[in-house]
Design a protein. Sequence first.
Length: 476
Amino acid sequence: MTLRTTERKHETIYALSSGHGKCGVAVVRISGVNARDALNKMTTISNIEPRKALLKKILDPETKEVIDKGLCLWFPGPKSFTGEDCVEFHVHGGSAILASLMTALSKLHFYQALPGEFTRRAFYNNKLDLVEIEGLADLIEAETEQQRKQALLQANGHLSKLYKDWRKKLINIISNLEAYIDFNEEDNIEDNVLEICNSSIKSLIKEIEQHLSDNRKGEILRNGIKTVIIGKPNVGKSTILNYLVQRNAAIVSPTAGTTRDIIELRINISGYPVILADTAGFTKSPKDPVESEGILRAKAYAKNVDLIILVMDACEYLQSGMTYSDYMKEYVNNMNLNEILTDEYRKRCIIIANKIDLLNEKDKEIIKKENVVATSFITEEGLLDITKTMINYCKELCHNTFNEDPVISQNRYRNHLSRCLKNLQNYIKIISIKNYDMVIAVEEIRIAMRELGMITGHVYNDEILNNIFKNFCIGK
């Protein structure tokens, strides 16, 4: 918590909670011990039922001049978003109305809310944990349907429950082991308590290992599927990008080497977020320093992507007289891409054989027998296959939101879980040593429990909180 928010935590705050700019309806939220004063001094309401909207004139508290007519709602704590007493005014969204309303609220000695301050108060009042809060932030930022579904599950506590359950298990194990340490020679301790605890630890280790072995599917869905289009110059890379984004985002020219720098765009493919990048054509003999730099940048970019679209010229392949396998090896080698297109990356590589309009039907059939997407942007043949193939890869790379399995959505969680796992494994190593010290062993479990608490916010520090809440807008 920053000094400023520490000093203000008992103050009443207010802010515009809906979007800025002119709109039909704007929502102004007030939260804190004196929130009810907004109703008492700015309306004629004498009695209001919680969570029931009343249409009333909203007045300046000093001059009693009418600011607007709108809906007034009362949310007494703790049954409110922040856990404190809250009031909401739903007014017309004109800038002059909102400016007048904000001025009126300041006359009640309320403070304008800082970014994320309402949500921070919800956290301190145990209305939301950190995982739910980050899910809420992701829900607000979601650009696609699959992102929305994943964020909603997290905001509703789907992921938090898993981590809280694991933490409760560790608390129970620590309690039993400490009792074992203190009373192991007395009759009131079960003979097999140590075996039960060790079995539970081993079971939890397997659960966490399985949870971590998810190929980052939740993080990829949250951040977007980073995709790069690569290939030799003038094979149609920019044309493919323009087709996928449905606009002329990249210059298309018959002149080889038109694209020099990386062009990166965000698109929505069947509810999946894709960050699509067009790159300079790969060649062993760049024509000038600018093209050479473009190739270096493209290679560096391609090393850190989730999906590769490799484009080749179908005619060039058939004219080579080589088998498809041999041609692809030479094609990749000629572009110096062997270090990028490893066996692991080939599993996440879509190969597009472009310009099939220049082939006869027999040659087209030869191409289509290979594991490629055969296309022509002249006849539009195979274009839908590009989209279908990308959808299939997106489904494979991303978390399946339909089965609602809890999934890691942020690297922060993964880091804490990895450290938690390491501590639990350390415990198992310690107890395998002859004449081990149980006190030292239990400390490993205690540290593991702390790591889980860092995820949900049961254990926190100011740096983590400030980093999370700074990403919220004012009014949330």
